[in-house]
Write a protein that binds this ligand. Sequence first.
Ligand SMILES: NC(=O)c1ccc[n+]([C@@H]2O[C@H](COP(=O)([O-])OP(=O)(O)OC[C@H]3O[C@@H](n4cnc5c(N)ncnc54)[C@H](OP(=O)(O)O)[C@@H]3O)[C@@H](O)[C@H]2O)c1
Length: 195
Amino acid sequence: MARLIYNTATTLDGYLADDSDSLDWLFAVPGAAEAESAFPAFLENIGALVMGSTTYEWVYDHEDLATHPEKWGYGDRFSLVLTTRALPLVDGANLRLHAGSVRDAWAMLVEAAGGRDVWVIGGGDVVGQFADAGLLDEIRVSVAPVTLGSGKPLLPRVLGSDRLTLESVGKAGQFAELVYSVGRRSAESTGASDA
Ligand SMILES: NC(=O)c1ccc[n+]([C@@H]2O[C@H](COP(=O)([O-])OP(=O)(O)OC[C@H]3O[C@@H](n4cnc5c(N)ncnc54)[C@H](OP(=O)(O)O)[C@@H]3O)[C@@H](O)[C@H]2O)c1
């Protein structure tokens, strides 16, 4: 059974990006390479991934994927972008646009993942939509030694300590690596059934 994992870097005060969608604060952290060393092992067990359109557009522009589609970083994994717009795709990427329910998205993601896990890259509200549907299983955050005061939130939802269990704590360079499991709400309270 595929699990849905939110894996991201965040500031200490809980932002994914600044108000202008910049990640300069992240790239400025010393020792970022050391912090990324565990990432290939994480990606190995990911069969599909999903992200919101702002995140996709950041990657598309940052990597200049229109000109350099070979820089698409997720191989041939099925990748879903949630959007109501007709965004440009990346040549050769296994990429699809989806508008609407994350529950419909989940069905596609699980099938494409072929038994491996699904990575929800962000942003925070997209992760929140999956959490609302009772589909989020794990949160992995790399906390940077940075505060921004404002920006794009990590997870703008209420998830109490009855839902979150701290599973591990690590240190990678200047980053604190925290892993939480997320308890699913009962089918009765969400109207949802596990996919
Ligand atoms: N620190 C990190 O490692 C990290 C990780 C992830 C993201 N980020 C950054 O954090 C920022 C996240 O921005 P964000 O949270 O504002 O945006 P986002 O989640 O990336 O994108 C939000 C947009 O996705 C579309 N969307 C969301 N749910 C949808 C649904 N169910 N159906 C159809 N469309 C849907 C909507 O736009 P449209 O319909 O208009 O397309 C919505 O405005 C970005 O700058 C990203 O680069 C950083």
